[in-house]
Design a protein around this ligand. Sequence first.
Ligand code: NAD
Length: 495
Amino acid sequence: MTTTTDLPAPLVAPDADRVKYADTVIRSINLPIDGIAVQDPATAETIAHVPDADVDSALIAVSKADAAGSDWARSSLRRRADVLHAWYDKLVAHTEELAHLISREMGKPLAEARGEVKYGTDFVRWYAEEAVRPAGNFRDTADGGASLLTRRSPVGLAVLITPWNFPLAMATRKIAPALAAGCPVVIKPATLTPLTTYFAVQLAIEAGVPQDLIQVITTSRSGAFSEAVLLDPKVRKVSFTGSTPVGRHLLNLAARNVLRSSMELGGNAPLIVFDDADLQRAVEGTFAAKLRNGGQSCIGANRIYVQDGIADDFAAALTERFAEVAVGSGLGQQTGLGALIDDRAVAQMQSYTDNAVDLGANLLTGGHGYESPGNFFAPTVLDNVSENSDVARSEIFGPIAAIQRFRTEDEAVTRANATEFGLAGYVFTENLDRALNVADRLETGIVGINQGVPSNAGAPFGGIKQSGLGREGSAEGLEEYENIRFYNVARRATS
Ligand code: NAD
């Protein structure tokens, strides 16, 4: 086991110009001088403070959003679309500012942060385009005695609660469909990464979103916040992205006023590589599905099942890819893997690694932290991981690739489905028939076939089993913020 005295220093230091630029962006946000401290996970420096709202101010925010909401609900679809297009243009024009901010507060490499800006802004553009295409239809009853007119209306005030791992995309994936549907919102970002939300909402207001329509609340008392706000009768909807235990708790609260609820919860994604996979494609896909966002993604490859015939070559090639990744500040020039979100995450990665090795896994690369005030852990590959290891049973949320081996297709599918989670799964094979059959049998809402990054603004992202309720992105994501109603119009009977 590695001890703290022989840990290497992180390889890549922050680039001074990039840090300066990020801090200029932070200074352009209207923030208080005290409140909740926000830290850079790569340096442990405090970089800003955000308001620590109490319950009363949260309820005032609900009232303000509600008051702004009635005009918005009556606004034309074209107006909503125009405002969303203007917000999209602003966000795109501020790509560099947003990317530096994301990297500074969350730790991911700048190149990945730019990727998040692209992904996050895609939702705003997609819903700007979708806003003017309301669903609804007109049909006759079977007996001809009436016509049925189905209509959509905004569900009402939506409370949006987002996690720290994609500070922009998790916010826009909720705000954009809510606005397109005609709903006001109160958004509570994670206190670890609130700056991107404040900045993005500031741009929304500059783009023409009515002043009070989007309310941002940051608070260190998230339990008290949800207990007060979700019971306020003005609130009609809750959309949450985060862990399954918190999601269960919020569903309980939502039950009291029977709120429409969308839950994007935890994952434990299986990734299956068959003997007939293209080795390079499988390695690159696994690399992306595992190391993107430092492994801190709900669809990150968690349990990597590799068929016996290809397993040695796959493990060697993946290890080579992981070993060449430069670890360091997200604002460093060559960084491939940034800091994890906090020191608990680093301790958790060490514990997963040590436990897996104790239970017989081979540590092929990494497996250690670094002597640094930041939260770094090396890209790690473990082979022959026991099914009883903690790393094989938990959502890892860090840069550890845990390989298990299998013999038959049935065995792989059975083991992949042996979890209460069902968000994403991955299949690598050159046999189309097998790819589709295995995808059909996987109990997940999302399947990446021969690729490791399946998300897209036009896709209905979401899980089954205990990974969640509802979908985000695409037309289905808009429906989450709409009521479906019908009018029954009596007709003269035709003989
Ligand atoms: P978390 O559940 O601890 O926190 C998520 C958010 O909920 C934060 O803003 C937090 O402040 C808030 N929160 C916590 N308790 C609350 C309460 N009682 N009332 C109101 N708000 C509360 O999760 P996290 O650690 O920030 O994120 C990691 C988890 O999120 C992982 O399990 C991951 O899989 C999941 N996640 C899921 C998706 C998805 O789309 N399915 C996307 C990203 C992350």
